[in-house]
Design a protein around this ligand. Structure first.
Ligand code: CAA
Length: 380
């Protein structure tokens, strides 16, 4: 394993850090408070090539490796976890589906526009009764000549409101479990496709989340991804990579908690000296620093395996499980170091704690990551 970044990866890290400090930091607290989507910032991220980072040049992406992608996500999430998840869903879920599972006709129609940020993608798997048990979905797509007719409700769709196109999973055959699931490319604005209200969330309030409703929505057969019945495998395979992106988002949040804690511990005086002098503070800072580095190593290992086209299901789940756990811990410790001030919105560290929580829930809860890891360990 090479612990050195390439020149290109170093450049990405610096570019993402500078962009985040200059363009995401101003207004991040206001966007959180008012649940405002970062419209202008996402346009700027698109200009930097961030919306299609690993999409090859041929499809107008930035043609970078997955390690560069997780480096960029970490840097953006360090300042604004909401902007980072908008980018993450578009890259490691939606663009990846087009790259890995769609045909050239489908790629030509959507991928360049997704990769350049002209349009935004969403990924719609969950339903009110099927979260972790993803194949228990009820949304049904009935074949009708050269169309499928889609009916059902999907929920917790990240980018649901701002997106232009969504990958939507539905049953095409009932009663055969995951083997009946298929994936479709569905455009906003098609008759029978409506979008629910913007959800009022605990964290990542700058990104939008909503329900999708399908009422006899007609999808052309050419928008079926791969074959009928392959949808569950497509969903799982794509989530393997998506989970590395969410791990990187969690890492960025944890790094922010550590950075802010260090600055504050040196400034804040109690009992006649900076709290940085106290053993209780050393315990917290050292714990956070070890965990942040360990999470980064797990994430980069998983990203490298993905870049090498090797199997990384277990390593991706390990990265997500660990990075999201330590993000929750680090942000809680950060609020503790800030004490009463940390509990006030004005200091911006309670937002880190709120933002961290979702990373243990979406793209597979921590419990699902543990299940995936254990199954891989016990596999014959
Ligand atoms: N890659 C490819 N195929 C896979 C796979 C993977 N990682 N994992 C499973 N499969 C295949 C299996 O091989 C099996 O196929 P075969 O029988 O042909 O071999 C099939 O899928 C079924 O697998 P399982 O028997 O393991 O399925 P299961 O029902 O026991 O569930 C699970 C597996 C891990 C619990 C899965 O349901 C899961 O990951 N649940 C969590 C769902 C999730 O992550 N939701 C997130 C929503 S998306 C989101 O959050 C996006 C957003 O907006 C931010």
């Amino acid at each position: 394993m090479d612990f050195n970044y390439t020149d290109e990866q170093l450049m990405i890290k610096q570019t993402a850090r500078d962009f985040a400090e200059e363009n995401l930091a101003p207004g991040v607290m206001e966007r959180d408070e008012e649940a405002k989507y970062p419209v202008e910032q996402i346009k700027m991220m698109a200009e930097l090539g961030f919306m299609g980072m690993v999409v090859p040049d041929k499809w107008q992406g930035a043609g970078m490796d997955f390690v560069s992608y997780v480096i960029a996500i970490e840097e953006l999430a360090r300042v604004d976890a909401s902007a980072a998840v908008v980018m993450s869903v578009n890259n490691s879920l939606v663009c990846q589906i087009f790259l890995n599972w769609c045909n050239d006709q489908q790629r030509a129609k959507y991928l360049p526009r997704l990769a350049t940020g002209e349009i935004l993608g969403a990924y719609s798997l969950s339903e009110p009764q099927s979260g972790s048990d993803a194949s228990a979905m009820r949304t049904f797509a009935r074949k009708d000549g050269d169309h499928y007719v889609l009916n059902g409700t999907k929920n917790w769709v990240t980018n649901g409101i701002s997106s232009d196109v969504a990958i939507v999973y539905a049953l095409t055959t009932k009663g055969i479990g995951y083997k009946g699931v298929s994936a479709f490319i569905v455009e906003k604005g098609w008759e029978g496709f409506s979008v629910g209200k913007k959800e009022d969330k605990l964290g990542i309030r700058g990104s939008d989340t909503c329900e999708f409703y399908f009422d006899n929505c007609r999808i052309p057969v050419e928008n079926l991804v791969g074959e009928e019945g392959k949808g569950f495998k497509i969903a799982m395979n794509t989530l393997d990579g998506g989970r590395i992106g969410i791990a990187a988002q969690a890492l960025g949040i944890a790094q922010a908690a550590l950075d802010k804690s260090i600055v504050y511990a040196k400034e804040r005086e109690q009992f006649g000296q900076p709290i940085a002098n106290f053993g209780a503070t050393h315990d917290k800072l050292s714990n956070m620093a070890c965990n942040v580095d360990a999470a980064r190593l797990l994430i980069h290992r998983a990203a490298m395996l993905k870049d090498e086209n090797k199997r990384f299901t277990k390593e991706g789940a390990m990265a997500k499980y660990f990075a999201t756990k330590i993000a929750m811990e680090a942000t809680t410790l950060c609020v503790q170091i800030f004490g009463g001030y940390g509990y006030m919105r004005e200091y911006g560290v309670e937002r880190l704690m709120r933002d961290a929580k979702i990373t243990q829930i979406y793209e597979g809860t921590s419990e699902i990551q543990q299940l995936v890891i254990a199954r891989e360990l016990l596999r014959d």
